[in-house]
Design a protein around this ligand. Sequence first.
Ligand code: CTP
Ligand code: ZN
Length: 155
Amino acid sequence: MSDDDQQLRVSKIRNGTVIDHITGGQALNVLAILGINGTSGESVSVAMNMPSDRLGKKDIVKVEGRELSQNEVDVLSLIAPAASINIVRDYDVVEKHRVERPSVVVGVLECPNHNCITTEDEPVQSRFAVVDDGVRCEYCDTIIRDELPAHIVTD
Ligand code: CTP
Ligand code: ZN
């Protein structure tokens, strides 16, 4: 077996998005942010706790045939601040960028306050300001400090 055979752990994709340099252990939370639970039929590869020079251990998520929305990338940056987003077309990486910490995240997270207008049957999207110790609901000021993944909207 050649070196390449020994090192190829997850196949390359033809078209879609590779999220690389995800903080080790966060891949399943990244899938939750993308709303991927396996039932919608997309091909998805996940590698967890791979050795990385920069991070020690990293996760990688590859999603065939899908690009990410800015809202998804914004929330992702909070749990995987070193992640890079690679857009692949016809097997080539045609775009690569690092995620950036946003000042607000819209949609994607659900306010834990059951009386908040964003959690009632109103057509109001959640909006959280990114603050030093977490994210703060712009409607009711509730702060989510940790357990961010537990507040990802699942529909
Ligand atoms: N990749 C993939 N399918 C492709 C092309 C790339 O799955 N058709 C993956 C690579 O395996 C890698 C990531 O996308 O995990 C980025 O690819 P590339 O830019 O070629 O790799 P590097 O130069 O190592 O990336 P970086 O400098 O960001 O570490
Ligand atoms: Zn709220």
